[in-house]
Write a new protein. Structure first.
Length: 147
């Protein structure tokens, strides 16, 4: 069986309002030489405008994966998840909830709204970047994503 000559690059949307977590995610992409393009928005309203290519995001690419924090200003992560999974044009985009919350209620709500995975963010930098690497390995290397 022939090996593919190059992996298809994927746009990743990180919906995160914590500058430290954004920085650690960017550093994880650099550390592991993740070639997929990382786009960042800081709140739920921006996320929906990005996904629907509205206003300042009219030229935004369609992400192949969304990393979604739950604790967001203006529209929380569960509201964003509900909106995008209710939108026929967006519902096929895989969503990994990546949040500090370990509350069982948040886990259950996320999966009820069709999140593809729920990951509690490690506070340790080394473990955090390893989580990003594992997400990349699974969702962006191993899994076949919809076009």
């Amino acid at each position: 069986m022939a090996e593919p000559t190059s992996l298809e690059l994927v746009d990743v949307l990180l919906v995160e309002d914590d500058p430290g977590d954004v920085l650690m995610t960017r550093e994880a992409f650099e550390h592991y030489r993740i070639r997929n393009q990382l786009h960042v928005v800081g709140d739920g309203e921006q996320a929906m405008r990005f996904l629907r290519q509205k206003e300042e995001f009219e030229r935004a690419p369609r992400p192949g994966l969304i990393l979604l924090d739950l604790n967001l200003p203006r529209r929380n992560g569960l509201e964003v998840l509900a909106d995008l999974k209710a939108d026929e044009d967006l519902l096929s985009i895989p969503v990994v909830v990546l949040t500090t919350s370990q509350a069982e209620e948040d886990v259950l709500s996320s999966y009820a709204l069709h999140a593809n995975a729920y990951i509690s963010k490690p506070v340790d930098f080394e473990r955090f970047i390893d989580v990003i690497r594992q997400i990349d390995d699974f969702f962006l290397t191993l899994v076949k994503l919809p076009q």
